[in-house]
Design a protein around this ligand. Structure first.
Ligand SMILES: [Cu+2]
Length: 331
């Protein structure tokens, strides 16, 4: 998280710079809050480049809607496991490109780079950390506007990521458990439906989006499907800055099948993160964001999202917050 804070002064400077130049008809809230994907389309011939940085912090265990102290996860206490995760950080850098060959369709491609790190405690009071980073799953999609302010998007995520990343653990160099992997290993269908309305000084939007796994991967399992429903309201206190508030409901399912490489660890209850039936969860998040638009086509945005409610098939690490910052340039 340190690098984020080092980048903050630069981001603040860029936002202040953008505010000094009039936006001449560019609406900052013509784009949704930065953590919403496939939220807008482009006009014929337009190209947009984007970069997003996302940092997610997870800390502490939860089962259902209740927090679980470490003692109730570990076998040395009242729990079942030899090892418990205590915290996890995910950092993602994502490059994106959008291109509209006509007003009727905008194509998008996204290329993520993901770094995961996880801290653990063992039943003998030992601690250890693992980390892994790799290219994630590249996705391509078509965004199709209809009926004025509505968008339908359909795409495919291809398994360019890795689901067998390794690192040193107390058991030697091992394949890391499910939440540390950066790829699904499957081709996934992505579908979304969204709508938005721009008024004189404010705007509203909503989107439903899902990721559906098409079959099993080479290791004999499929990650759970994911569905998110979100709605936001944005207001422009000054012409080229909008401030937004957003609600998000997210559902992700348990894994289908299991990677046989974890069979021994699963049978011996070594750690809950190798259990394909302890991956599911639901979250209700609240997010606050800022979009800044410059007449040159540059946009900067920031959004912070945190759960107000979550229910997990645990023990599983609970999410504490998600920070997303982004830059976009339309040409
Ligand atoms: Cu765009």
């Amino acid at each position: 998280m340190k690098r984020i804070f080092l980048g903050m002064p630069l981001l603040v400077y860029l936002i202040l710079y953008c505010l000094t130049v009039s936006a001449a008809g560019v609406r900052p809230d013509a784009h949704a809050p930065i953590n919403v994907m496939a939220d807008h389309n482009h006009h014929a011939g337009e190209v947009m480049l984007s970069y997003r940085f996302m940092a997610m912090r997870m800390a502490g265990n939860r089962d259902g809607t209740h927090r679980q102290p470490i003692d109730s996860v570990l076998r040395s206490g009242t729990g079942d496991y030899m090892i418990a995760p205590t915290a996890m950080d995910m950092e993602m850098h994502m490059l994106g490109v959008m291109y509209a060959p006509s007003d009727a369709v905008t194509f998008t491609a996204m290329l993520p780079w993901i770094k995961n790190s996880m801290d653990h405690v063992t039943m003998t009071d030992g601690t250890f950390s693992t980390s892994a980073s790799y290219l994630g799953d590249i996705s391509v999609a078509a965004i199709l506007p209809f009926g004025g302010d509505h968008l339908f998007s359909i795409g495919l995520s291809v398994p360019t990521g890795d689901q067998s990343l390794m690192d040193m653990t107390p058991m030697g160099r091992s394949i890391l458990p499910y939440p540390m992997q950066v790829g699904s290993g499957t081709c996934d269908l992505i579908a979304g439906l969204g709508t938005s309305a721009l008024r004189d000084h404010d705007s509203l939007g909503a989107q439903v989006r899902g990721i559906f796994r098409l079959g099993d991967n080479d290791d004999g399992y499929a990650m759970g499907n994911q569905v998110s429903v979100t709605a936001w309201y944005a207001r422009n206190p000054i012409p080229n800055l909008s401030a937004s508030i957003r609600g998000v409901y997210e559902y992700r399912g348990n894994y289908d099948g299991a990677n046989p490489v974890y069979a021994m660890a699963l049978a011996n209850k070594v750690v809950p993160t190798v259990d394909p039936a302890r991956r599911a969860g639901q979250r209700l998040d609240l997010a606050f964001g800022i979009n800044v638009a410059h007449e040159s086509g540059h946009r900067l945005a920031l959004e912070y999202q945190w759960p107000v409610w979550q229910k997990l098939d645990g023990p599983q690490l609970e999410t504490d917050g998600v920070l997303t910052v982004g830059w976009q340039l339309a040409m």
